[in-house]
Design a binder for this molecule. Structure first.
Ligand code: PLP
Length: 408
């Protein structure tokens, strides 16, 4: 019999667990817990901290907006200034030509939005038969029912009843699997959804030609290509978006996380011309989709300030430097036989472990030595630090990881 005294039911945790590390303070890439232990945040909390923790400029921007007006709805017939300003800024950065942006509160909501918009756009374009949504094994698209249905991580799908019909997964790397599915069902496919580089599933860059192949198949069968850039957006690969990095332009692009560096919860979807033309075709069509906090003013204020800081402080260039130093360090550990392999791009990297290494043990040993990384599956430790991490902090995280990986 265990104590049920904890009021907080934790996310992605055993409901019976009671001992958690309580982080109370942050500054840049550093964090402190309630016992005043210091940590380097080598994973950016949950892959989102582009500008680092404890940023007073963002705090001020949010406070100022709340003092004026916390927010007002953008449901018809209303709008608000911050939502409009942010939309203008975001669209100026969008890799989709002539796009518009839908705002919501999280990555999972962005995924639901993109799946719904893809289907309804086909209805509006006169193709109601196009309803199937294809995603890849190993993909992670959040935990709403849309993302739970679309994700390719089987453990996350167990126990939640029947998931969305007509959402199917194909092999994560072999484009032939996708091509075969399209050959048999292509006329009924609404969209292919994929992370350009798979993050939470283990940091897997796309196989050579995969994204280009998916783009081609979408064009061939009139399906929409959705990129889930919830992790890769806003500089993570050293470009604004992975679409820029891989030079493949999707029809819809989901983002969240780095758009505010986590200072406020925000997600969104860039909607490109193909879907927009369908949605704008009938002037009487009414888009019955939206969230209470779509375009929340204080959230948008945080995003605008975050984007301003990323640009002003040259953080996308910095991300390239951070990624190179991190990847050089990991590659030399692989060359020395400390780890099996290295995967990643830009400023997101993973160490593939050897069969006798355990990523949870390594993660826990690292935490004891003041570095927070992530363990994935059985064989991966992942790194996705804030772009403001210093060279010295990168070197320390590599040293700590090397020691933990060698069981020291
Ligand atoms: N998509 C990807 C690629 C993600 O990594 C995540 C979260 O990690 C999500 C979607 C879901 O985002 P959220 O947790 O904000 O709902």
């Amino acid at each position: 019999v265990f104590s049920m005294a904890e009021p907080l039911l934790h996310a992605f945790a055993k409901p019976t667990k009671t001992d958690f590390i309580r982080i109370v303070r942050g500054s840049g890439a550093l964090l402190w817990d309630d016992k005043d232990n210091e940590y380097i945040d080598a994973i950016g909390s949950l892959w989102y901290s582009q500008v680092g923790h404890g940023n007073a400029e963002i705090a001020e921007a949010v406070a100022e907006q709340i003092r004026t007006l916390e927010t007002y709805s953008i449901f018809d017939p209303f709008t608000n200034e911050m939502a409009e300003q942010l939309a203008t800024k975001l669209v100026s950065l969008s890799p989709l030509p002539d796009s518009r942006v839908f705002l919501c509160g999280s990555g999972s909501e962005a995924i639901d939005t993109a799946m719904k918009l893809a289907r309804v756009a086909h209805v509006q374009a006169g193709h109601p038969e196009k309803t199937i949504i294809i995603s890849r094994n190993r993909g992670y698209h959040g935990t709403n029912y849309g993302g739970t249905s679309a994700q390719g991580l089987p453990l996350n799908k167990i126990g939640y009843g029947q998931l969305l019909p007509e959402v199917v997964q194909v092999d994560s790397d072999n484009i032939e699997d996708l091509a075969t599915f399209m050959k048999d069902n292509g006329t009924r496919v609404a969209a292919i959804i994929t992370e350009p580089l798979q993050g939470a599933g283990g940091v897997y860059p796309p196989a050579d030609g995969y994204l280009e192949g998916a783009r081609k198949l979408c064009d061939q069968y009139g399906a929409l290509l959705i990129f889930d850039e919830v992790i890769t957006g806003f500089g993570r690969l050293g470009t604004w978006f992975a679409a820029n990095y891989y030079n493949v332009v999707p029809d819809l692009l989901c983002f969240a996380k780095g758009v505010t560096s986590g200072y406020q919860p925000l997600g969104g979807v860039f909607v490109g011309r193909t879907a927009l033309n369908a949605l704008e075709r009938d002037p009487d069509f009414f888009l019955r989709h939206g969230y209470t906090y779509s375009g929340h003013s204080a959230v948008c204020a945080a995003a605008l300030k975050n984007l301003e800081i990323i640009e002003r402080d040259g953080l996308i260039e910095r991300a390239k430097h951070v990624g190179k130093r991190l990847s050089d360090g990991l590659h030399s550990l692989a060359a020395d036989g400390v780890i099996d392999s290295v995967r990643g791009a830009g400023a997101i990297w993973a160490a593939g472990l050897k069969p006798d290494q355990n990523c949870v043990t390594i993660r826990d040993n690292m935490i004891k030595r003041g570095v927070i990384a992530r363990s994935i599956n059985a064989d991966t430790n992942a790194f996705c630090p804030p772009f403001v991490i210093t060279d010295q902090q990168i070197d320390k995280l590599l040293d700590v990881f090397a020691a933990a990986a060698q069981g020291k």
